[in-house]
Unconditional design. Structure first.
Length: 222
């Protein structure tokens, strides 16, 4: 429990131990590492339906040494076809309150994962029927959300989300301020997709998945 920090750092590096700064990070990284494939690179796509969390994730990526690369013109064009003109689609992909769950949860994540331009996806905007209903009440003058659908219809999309990491061998890490209080977040958590309560914690988990791959590769080449 005592001694030079540099000695411990050297031991961790030689044995492939990922170091965390606190107990919360330890649990967050362990959760992601237990469920998701490692990220085979540091190029990350940020997908969000709100600008603030998306910007926060992009900034956190930069601080963690992860890249948020500009997507190719071809991929941007595919994404632009299904999003409104108010959306941003270069990366981060900001859907700007475009509440089409097929595009948000299924089509756009699949487009990104099928491309070779990114190594993982950070998703903000996992909402269930109760959140849709509350959002409709707050913004009923400008939004027209269908909050009448029961959870079974949403689960059909979430099932496809949960299969993305396995199908494409790339991690998808989600975040939602509602976390397990929300039906959709709770379903994903119960079916193998970590959903963190803040964008920054989801980025740190993605960093751990990147670090895991780098450690595995270094051992393979040593």
């Amino acid at each position: 429990l005592a001694g030079k920090d540099s000695v411990y750092e050297g031991v961790f590096k030689q044995t492939g131990i990922i170091r965390t700064d606190n107990f919360e990070e330890l649990l967050d990284l362990a959760w992601a590492l237990a469920l998701l494939p490692p990220a085979k690179g540091r190029k990350i796509c940020v997908l969000t339906n709100s600008g603030g969390p998306g910007a926060s994730m992009a900034d956190s990526c930069a601080r963690a040494g992860l890249e948020v690369p500009l997507l190719s013109d071809e991929l941007q064009s595919k994404i632009h076809r299904v999003l409104p003109s108010t959306a941003a689609y270069a990366n981060p992909i900001d859907m700007t309150f475009f509440m089409d769950i097929d595009e948000m949860y299924v089509n756009i994540p699949r487009m990104v994962m099928e491309s070779r331009e990114t190594d993982g996806v950070l998703l903000y905007g996992v909402f269930g029927p109760s959140v849709f209903g509350q959002t409709q009440k707050l913004f009923e003058s400008i939004l027209n959300l269908d909050s009448s659908n029961d959870l079974s219809e949403l689960i059909e999309r979430l099932e496809q989300v949960a299969q993305l990491p396995q199908n494409h061998d790339k991690p998808l890490v989600a975040s939602s301020f509602w976390s397990a209080e929300d039906e959709a977040s709770r379903w994903l958590i119960q079916n193998g997709i970590p959903v963190y309560p803040t964008p920054d914690r989801s980025v740190k988990a993605m960093w751990g998945l990147c670090k895991r791959w780098e450690i595995l590769e270094s051992f393979k080449n040593s």
